[in-house]
Design a protein around this ligand. Structure first.
Ligand SMILES: Cc1cc2nc3c(=O)[nH]c(=O)nc-3n(C[C@H](O)[C@H](O)[C@H](O)COP(=O)(O)OP(=O)(O)OC[C@H]3O[C@@H](n4cnc5c(N)ncnc54)[C@H](O)[C@@H]3O)c2cc1C
Length: 254
């Protein structure tokens, strides 16, 4: 267990856990409820695997939710439940460069992506954190753009910063793990610019939820389920379905 002011690193004894080998792999984590020492039937959240052996996760303190609160008080001897992992980071072998975009939630995965990047692949990192004290990877030869967002109530500047990047020539790849509006904005721009889907993995890692969020979601839940069904049954291109899903959720402030 290591605690910084912004995040807690939790090392788990998890026999039977098997890595996918994907650099952004994550697990579902069932955290102990308020005051508890054991997770299992409590809330389940997603966390990136920062180290495989032993299984290590890094939980940001920024969230007022159950996982963020547990991160602040996690202690040796607490018991949690974790799922087997999944991941999306699959840069094509021919990628000569990679853009890695992360806020405080994507940073743990971004560190592992950078650490595992093959020699010769040029890295461009866009990292948004509270302040300059948050440790961020700065590999030799990489372009590192640090964006500071001391107040999470202010909008993320990640999408605008990615827009301003000068991308190298040749085939590349873009990975993003950050707040939902930034993820949607970047994905839309990649789609508009004609990026093929195997050249990016863009994921919303967290979302600000106001008190009306759950009611608004219930109102569109059937339409969301119908869109997911179109992907599962293979009747439509998953990226086109994702376009419709993003538009629907944006329209309902979700
Ligand atoms: C694939 C994936 C990998 C992830 N990896 C990591 C990781 O390695 N480390 C990490 O810290 N997070 C990571 N996250 C994000 C994490 O799962 C969410 O932040 C999660 O919602 C936190 O749960 P909670 O119980 O603390 O808050 P919740 O109960 O989910 O949310 C309560 C309220 O807190 C606010 N909130 C939630 N998360 C945040 C946040 N991060 N910052 C500010 N406000 C927030 C929202 O407004 C929400 O209404 C990842 C998410 C995904 C999808």
């Amino acid at each position: 267990m290591r605690r910084r002011s912004d995040a807690t690193t939790v090392v788990l004894d998890a026999p039977g856990w098997r890595s996918t080998g994907l650099a952004d792999e994550w697990v579902h984590l069932w955290v102990p409820g308020p005051g508890g020492r054991s997770g299992g039937d409590g809330p389940r959240r997603l966390y990136s695997v920062v180290d495989v052996d032993p299984l290590t996760l890094e939980l940001a303190h920024h969230s007022p939710g159950p996982a963020g609160r547990w991160a602040g008080r996690a202690a040796a001897g607490h018991r949690v439940l974790v799922s087997q992992p999944a991941g999306r980071h699959r840069p094509p072998r021919d990628a000569r460069w990679e853009v890695v975009v992360a806020d405080h939630t994507g940073l743990p995965a971004a560190r592992r992506i950078v650490a595992g990047s093959p020699p010769g692949r040029r890295l461009l990192l866009v990292l948004e954190t509270d302040d300059a004290d948050v440790p961020a990877p700065e590999p030799a030869g990489a372009t590192v753009v640090r964006v500071f967002r001391p107040d999470l109530a202010e909008p993320s500047a990640l999408a605008a910063t990615v827009d301003g990047l000068e991308l190298p020539d040749g085939p590349g790849y873009l990975w993003l793990g950050a707040e939902v509006p930034a993820a949607r904005a970047v994905r839309r721009r990649l789609r508009a610019a004609g990026w093929p889907p195997h050249r990016y993995a863009v994921s919303g890692y967290w979302q600000r939820r106001d008190p009306g969020h759950a009611d608004r979601y219930r109102a569109v839940a059937d339409r969301v389920a119908a869109l997911y069904a179109e992907v599962e049954t293979g009747v439509r291109d998953p990226e086109a379905v994702a376009d419709d899903l993003d538009d629907l959720l944006d329209r309902h402030r979700l």
